[in-house]
Structure formats: structure tokens, C-alpha cells
Write a protein of this length. Structure first.
Length: 97
């Protein structure tokens, strides 16, 4: 994963690899406490065509933690199975794009 700051108040994390796994989602928790209040974590999954329900559930948990800390997250680059699962399970309200 690579991390960059884009604009004021947003940090983008680009996941490299064809599958976004539970372990990948868990690794993002280290960033939660590094974000400033009001900052948004943007997770770019454009290289990932596959994921698991467990990985998306972990992102839901991460968003809950971020909201408690005064931050938030959003997903970009959803495609393949990642986009299909996100859409099928109507995750737009809990994992915004």
C-alpha cells in the first residue's frame, strides 16, 4: 500500500494487488490514529478486482473508529468483485464512495 496526502484534509491509500484481503483492511487501522480531526481517509481499490466479505466488514469497523475520532473514510476505484459485493450488499451508506 502507498500513502499520499491529497489536498487539505484527505490522505489517500492505494492498495496494490489484485485482492483486498482482511489483512489489508486490518493494516489500515494503524492510520486511524494518525489522522487529524476532520481528515478523511480515501482508500483506492482500483488495482483490486477481488475482496472478501470479511475485508469489507473490517472497513466498516474502521469507519466506525474513524467517526468516533472525528474523521471519516471513503472508497474509490471499486470494480470487479469489489464493486459487485459493495453494490449487492448495499454498503453505500456504511462505506461511502
Amino acid at each position: 500500500m502507498s500513502i499520499a496526502t491529497i489536498g487539505q484534509g484527505e490522505r489517500i491509500v492505494r492498495h496494490h494487488g489484485s485482492e483486498f484481503s482482511y489483512e489489508s483492511a486490518q493494516a489500515l487501522f494503524a492510520l486511524a490514529h494518525q489522522l487529524g480531526r476532520g481528515e478523511k481517509l480515501v482508500i483506492d481499490l482500483s488495482d483490486s478486482a477481488n475482496t472478501t466479505i470479511a475485508a469489507l466488514a473490517k472497513l466498516i469497523e474502521l469507519r466506525r473508529v474513524l467517526l468516533e475520532l472525528g474523521s471519516d473514510l471513503r472508497l474509490v476505484g471499486l470494480s470487479g468483485r469489489v464493486g459487485a459485493i459493495h453494490s449487492l450488499h448495499r454498503l453505500g451508506n456504511v462505506l461511502p464512495c
